[in-house]
Each structure stands twice: as C-alpha cells, then as structure tokens.
Design a protein around this ligand. Structure first.
Ligand SMILES: [Zn+2]
Length: 49
C-alpha cells in the first residue's frame, strides 16, 4: 500500500477570484498572499478533475 496518495489528496489548489492567484495548500487560505483578498477562494480541483 502507498500512503503517499493520502498525503497528496489533502492538498488542494485554490484560485483567488479577485486576482487569479493560485495557492496550493492543505487548508483553505484565509487571505490571498498576492492581493490580500479574503473569502474569495475557489477550489480548482472541483472544476478540473
Ligand atoms: Zn488575490
């Protein structure tokens, strides 16, 4: 068994809806590191697949 997959699944890419900045993290970002916008993140994984 490979437990690496579980580790990868916990990381998601979020896209800032304001500036388009992409942030890959295991937790939902509170604020965009680029523009500082808060609460405007979309999980890219949902629309990619
Ligand atoms: Zn942003």
């Amino acid at each position: 068994m490979h437990d690496l997959r579980e580790d990868r699944d916990s990381v998601s890419t979020y896209e800032c809806l304001r500036c388009g900045e992409l942030v890959t993290t295991d937790t939902r970002p509170d604020a965009c590191p680029n523009c500082g916008q808060t609460g405007s993140y979309r999980n890219r994984a949902m629309s990619l697949e």
